[in-house]
Write a protein that binds this ligand. Structure first.
Ligand code: ATP
Ligand code: MG
Length: 356
């Protein structure tokens, strides 16, 4: 469930009546809200302080809340009261009436509007009494872990972290694999991918990143394959290595950030070539998305500023001037088999680096 730093002994999670309560000292609330803003599966949250369960204390807390919303520029409000503790001396309806009156008497700038208020002051009488307003919208989606585990092919670009996030938001636990070509690609490029994995992982309660050195595979492709085919063949090799990793760590599918016809390797024919040797399903949550929407999502999850850092990617380094656009599967497989990549892929798998 919620992953708050284990050293935070004074932050406590409690569940009652379909609600989660997080109790923490004021100075920890920023950290708690940061965690909540990344927690897939919740519709929202609000910050509140518990007050004593007497009518006077609840009304006083309502007046304080009224002053707070008025200071924030709010002009109209209503009260929404719930009383699960029926021993509280007045009903929900009476709480609304008395609190509304107390507020308009104390804060002259505020007026009640039951139909379309600018803000709602909520009162909940449970084991303790809570008064709050505002509230923040959560990410929604399905709780991570409810939909199995998938392996994300994570590059240093914009698309793949968004693809990972979207699958996490459908309840999937996400792990990642990255292919680099050190020393043709730099250590900074690798660190950039580690940072992107951290961001993706912050939404799915951690991530295991498998880093594979694909220099041997890329060099073999460059030496032996016709130049226009190199990208498609590299994609086929990546899929094969990703599937082997996925099977080993019990992931049920591969996830990529591919989007139809975005680049030459993402025509429907080339996507077909890339996946034709793997049996696991390849999920492409961005297949129909346009780049502006992907960028907006990337900004929202906090990945964009890292994704646009100008470090080289292993694919771009070996990109041919005139790539095949509509590769045929039979020809792709024939070329692929002639490259004898198996031992090089095994070598990359054996020497993988794991970052948790
Ligand atoms: P991205 O922004 O995700 O890099 P892109 O537009 O640059 O996407 P490509 O470079 O064609 O597109 O990559 C398509 C997909 O292939 C990526 O979204 C990712 O899932 C996978 N991929 C590409 N390069 C790598 C890599 N070096 N390691 C792991 N996966 C990769
Ligand atoms: Mg890329």
């Amino acid at each position: 469930m919620l992953k708050i730093n284990e050293n935070e002994k004074n932050v406590k999670l409690r569940t009652t009546d379909g609600r989660f309560f997080i109790e923490c000292p004021q100075e920890k609330s920023e950290m708690v809200e940061d965690v909540l803003s990344r927690l897939i599966g919740i519709s929202g949250w609000a910050k509140t302080a518990a007050c004593k369960k007497t009518v006077d204390d609840v009304l006083a807390a309502c007046v304080e809340e009224g002053k707070k919303i008025s200071a924030a520029g709010i002009k109209t409000f209503k009260i929404d009261a719930r009383r699960t503790d029926k021993s509280f001396p007045i009903s929900s309806y009476e709480i609304c009436c008395q609190a509304g009156n107390a507020i308009i008497n104390a804060v002259k700038e505020l007026a009640v509007d039951i139909h379309s208020p600018q803000d709602v002051i909520k009162v909940e009488i449970r084991e303790k009494a809570y008064v709050y307003s505002g509230g923040k919208k959560g990410l929604g989606g399905l709780p991570v872990g409810s939909a199995g585990r998938g392996l994300l092919l994570l590059s240093g670009g914009i698309d793949s972290p968004v693809a990972g996030f979207l699958m996490a938001a459908r309840g999937m636990n996400v792990d990642a694999v990255h292919f680099h070509s050190y020393p043709y690609t730099s250590l900074e490029a690798k660190q950039k991918v580690i940072n992107l994995a951290k961001i993706t992982g912050s939404y799915c309660m951690g991530i295991r990143l498998y880093i594979l050195n694909f220099t041997g595979v890329q060099m073999r492709i460059k030496e032996r394959a016709p130049a226009p085919w190199t990208t498609v063949l590299l994609r086929m090799a990546m899929m094969e290595a990703a599937e082997k990793t996925a099977v080993k760590i019990k992931c049920k599918c591969l996830i990529t950030g591919e989007s139809l016809s975005q680049v030459a390797s993402q025509t429907i024919e080339n996507l077909t070539c890339a996946q034709n040797r793997v049996k696991l399903p390849v999920l492409r949550p961005l297949i129909g998305a346009n780049k502006e929407n992907i960028i907006r999502q990337s900004e929202r999850i906090g990945a964009y500023k890292i994704s646009i850092l100008p470090y080289e990617d292993c694919c771009t380094l070996f990109t041919p001037a005139h790539p095949v656009l509509h590769g045929g599967v039979a020809e792709a497989n024939e070329l692929y088999e002639s490259l004898e990549l198996e031992p090089l892929i095994e070598e990359a798998l054996k020497n993988h680096e794991l970052v948790k």
